[in-house]
Ligand binder design. Structure first.
Ligand SMILES: *Cc1c(COP(=O)(O)O)cnc(C)c1O
Length: 355
């Protein structure tokens, strides 16, 4: 028998979530953000699930964009960090892949490049994230310079908010609105959090990512299921050993959990080398044979321990690490991280099936 760990990807749930995002932003088109191999879910699996309904896709690498083109996707595709080399730029133009332009070096590269076809670009403006983008006051100058290049099929303006999931976007949105209002070009600003919370930021294109995978962009405020989202990835495994502890016995590396009474403990075939977060301490929620219980002690590379008190389960007992009936957001919160990181960290050694 093979090691029992398995990730299931539900393309119908992805499709449901994409259509749900579209419903929440009825006036906008929606790029399905599928960077990082669709947040660990598989680029083509997710893209296929929305082939006939997706307005477009957003990702990072020209090679990934070309995989979509090779698979017959004809929608707009946007490279969110733009091109990294002149070769990327030429390939983007040749395959009609749109690109962000966020810095002078990219403008210069574009001006010097020989492109086989006109290119669609979005100029990225910095509204306080201070990661990528031109200062707001340069917006008009960059726009004029790019228009003068004569190499572009279309130019738009975009930004990315630093706190769409927290304090809010009032100030950066007002700044973006002020510089982009009169430009008369397509605009894009909203990630999942702003798509859900800020209809005034929808503009022409929204850019939902995490919500498409059934993660809440603001888990402290709303669970994914309360938002109407369905989990796309389920991580499942089995109990491969059972230990009977006496009061005072400890569990796992460094013995960080001590039993205060006799108890049964299950050893699960899942560890941090599978992508389970090592920082998930005692008490992280986990399902065994459908019943919610908790992890115990440190997560090791290939295994973790769970509390079988009051649970009918032996070796072979079914375990859900996250997925249906156990939100990845809850596991992430217990590990001091976000569902994005859990999904992206799914290790290559974990077999993946579609369901
Ligand atoms: C990743 C990303 C998104 C999607 O963000 P979510 O929080 O996952 O919805 C949108 N825009 C840009 C520029 C991104 O890099």
């Amino acid at each position: 028998m093979s090691r029992p760990i398995l990730a299931r990807i539900d393309p119908q749930a992805f499709r449901h979530n994409y259509l749900h995002a579209k419903q929440r932003a009825p006036g906008a088109r929606a790029w399905a953000v599928v960077k990082a191999n669709a947040y660990g879910h598989g680029l083509l699996t997710c893209a296929e699930a929305v082939r006939d309904v997706a307005d477009g896709f957003a990702l990072l690498e020209v090679s990934e964009a070309m995989r979509l083109r090779a698979a017959g996707f004809t929608q707009p595709i946007l490279m969110l960090e733009g091109f990294f080399t002149e070769n990327d730029l030429c390939l983007a133009a040749a395959h009609q892949i749109s690109t962000v332009i966020h810095c002078d070096e990219q403008v210069r590269m574009l001006e010097l490049a020989e492109l086989s076809q006109p290119l669609a670009v979005f100029i990225k403006l910095n509204t306080g994230m201070n990661r990528l983008g031109f200062p707001l006051e340069q917006s008009n100058a960059v726009l004029a310079r790019l228009q003068a290049s004569g190499k572009l099929a279309q130019i738009g303006l975009m930004t990315h908010f630093a706190e769409a999931d927290g304090q809010g976007i009032a100030e950066p949105l007002a700044q973006f609105e002020a510089v982009s209002r009169l430009a008369g070009v397509p605009r894009s600003a909203a990630n999942s959090a702003a798509l859900i919370r800020n209809p005034e930021a929808h503009y022409d294109w929204v850019r939902p990512g995490i919500m498409l995978y059934g993660g809440s962009p603001m888990p402290a405020l709303h669970s994914a299921s309360a938002l109407g989202l369905r989990p796309v990835m389920s991580l499942a495994s089995e109990i491969i050993g059972v230990q009977h502890l006496r009061a005072g016995d400890r569990v796992g590396y460094s013995g960080t959990f001590t039993a205060d009474r006799p108890m049964r403990v299950g050893t699960v075939a899942c560890g941090y080398a599978d992508g389970y977060p090592r920082h998930a301490g005692t008490g992280t929620p986990i399902l065994v044979n459908g019943q919610r219980t908790r992890t115990l002690g440190r997560v090791s590379m290939d295994m973790l321990a769970c509390d079988l008190t009051g649970i009918e389960a032996d070796v072979g007992g079914r375990v859900t690490l996250w997925g249906e009936s156990l939100a990845a957001d809850d596991v992430a919160a217990a590990a001091g991280t976000i569902s994005y990181e859990l999904f992206c960290a799914l290790a290559p050694r974990v077999p993946v099936v579609m369901c």
